[in-house]
Write a protein that binds this ligand. Structure first.
Ligand code: ZN
Length: 328
């Protein structure tokens, strides 16, 4: 909790993703008063990304009629390894030229004139659902973010669980020994079947081998270069057989992987979010739950399996919550 009098102050939150940057101005109660989005630069380096983050935040502030200099602070949810003490981010492999540590927090603080804290993107999104969203009724949750990859975040007995810093990598739970190639370089991980990236690679491969599918026509019509969540959604609605096959395969992998995590941790609830999770929505949450029940040790007493409530801005809202915690 902030100091007395700080409650009325607004915070900024920025969600730094591999394809887009989302910024929001958020009240201490988690309400969004202004937001903006812009594409993540695909070339350059960390300094260029930082510049776009600052610009996105300024736009969100303008949309909310707020002077950025009056914010209590700005939180950033970032991929890669984040150091909450120094504000450094390293090994953000989906961002351009970002292997070495870059002091993102200090750079943004300099640009915007207010304190900045950085946290891991999946952790802040999980915390947002725990504090303000679908996880509110529960003490222990697993957040599963089904998007380009599959990320996971854990809250156990009311506290985030980071392990030695790398906990929650649910995408790399093994669902098939010696199975499909995963972007991590190993085989058989859940993400190798359920990540939108590997799903696209598989679709391109099958299409090149003559499998009929409308996926790539839909992609071109939408002016995209990738099979985005909305492309998959449209193909499913058009009853595209290859899309259905690959999404079914993803759902099965999610069922096995998430159930295995539940067998280990016995959390009260699993929150399904991420670009693909949010886009496909409740019917697919139910399909994941049905697949999970095949693998749950206590299948008569499953956890609640629910869709994330905060939607697309959950990451940015969660980042603003970095100013709820005492500085570490
Ligand atoms: Zn993997």
């Amino acid at each position: 909790m902030g100091a007395a009098g700080a409650e009325a102050k607004l915070r900024g939150g920025i969600d730094l993703g591999g394809t887009k940057i989302q910024a929001a101005i958020v009240t201490a109660e988690g309400e969004v008063v202004g937001d903006s989005r812009r594409p993540t630069p695909s070339s350059g380096g960390p300094a260029d990304v930082a510049e776009q983050l600052a610009e996105a935040l300024r736009e969100a502030a303008a949309a909310g009629g707020v002077d950025p200099g009056t914010l209590e602070g700005i939180g950033v949810g970032s991929p890669g390894e984040t150091n909450e003490v120094t504000g450094e981010v390293s090994r953000a492999v989906n961002l351009p030229g970002w292997d070495d540590a870059f002091a993102l927090g200090p750079a943004l603080s300099e640009a915007l004139g207010v304190p900045v804290r950085v946290g891991n993107d999946v952790d802040v999104a999980t915390n947002a659902e725990f504090v303000l969203g679908a996880g509110r009724p529960y003490g222990s949750i697993l957040g599963v973010f089904w998007g380009t990859g599959v990320g996971g975040g854990l809250i156990l007995d009311g506290k985030p669980w980071h392990g030695r810093g790398a906990a929650g990598e649910i995408g790399h739970v093994v669902v098939e020994i010696g199975g499909a190639h995963c972007p991590c370089g190993r085989r058989g991980c859940m993400e190798a079947y359920a990540g939108r990236g590997p799903m696209e690679a598989k679709a391109r491969h099958e299409h090149a081998n003559g499998k009929k599918t409308q996926l790539f026509e839909i992609m071109e019509k939408k002016g995209r270069e990738r099979l985005s969540s909305s492309v998959w959604d449209r193909a499913l609605k058009q009853d595209d057989q290859l899309a259905k096959k690959l999404v079914d395969r993803a759902v099965k992998a999610l069922g096995a992987g998430v159930a295995s995590a539940v067998n280990l941790l016995d959390v009260e609830a699993v929150i399904i979010g991420g670009g693909l999770g949010l886009r496909l929505g409740q019917p697919y949450v139910e399909r994941i739950a049905a697949q999970m029940s095949k693998h749950l040790f206590l299948d008569k007493r499953p956890p609640a399996i629910v869709l994330a409530e905060l939607g697309d801005l959950g990451g940015a809202i969660g980042a603003s919550l970095l100013f709820d915690a005492a500085p570490r």
